[in-house]
Design a protein around this ligand. Sequence first.
Ligand code: AMP
Ligand code: ZN
Length: 142
Amino acid sequence: MVKDDCIFCKIAAGQIPSKTVYEDEKFRAILDISPASKGHTIILPKHHADNIYELPEEDAAGIFVVAKKIAGAMKETMGCEGINILQNNGEIAGQTVFHLHVHVIPRYQEDNIAFSWQHGEPTEEELETTSEKIKQAIKAFD
Ligand code: AMP
Ligand code: ZN
């Protein structure tokens, strides 16, 4: 499925040019046009899904295999010292393009990229309640 007016559907289909670093039947990986660091790549499924909730399990599994290939290649060629794999869902989480994609971001000394949060200090009871809630919800999905 391709969504009308979705720029990433068009890029994934090759209708809009991109700096493609990898392509197979299901995915296209391209250089991010506005990268966080040199080599920043995004992996696009060819079938449209707005976000992770809509993504078929098969594509969810496959996209991580592609991320692993790209990460290995980056480690070899880009001289990076680490890599972040990032995937945003929803505006609050920083998603700006509503066609699911996975970021592969090579990390270099002094790259000025920051992913930070304040660590909470939940009680044992809070952790238990939260884990139960999520566990039950997962069972409902299966
Ligand atoms: P996100 O904020 O997770 O939705 O990420 C969207 C990413 O897509 C950003 O890092 C943008 O720089 C990148 N981007 C947007 N348009 C293009 C494009 N035409 N080609 C390549 N990357 C793009
Ligand atoms: Zn799309």
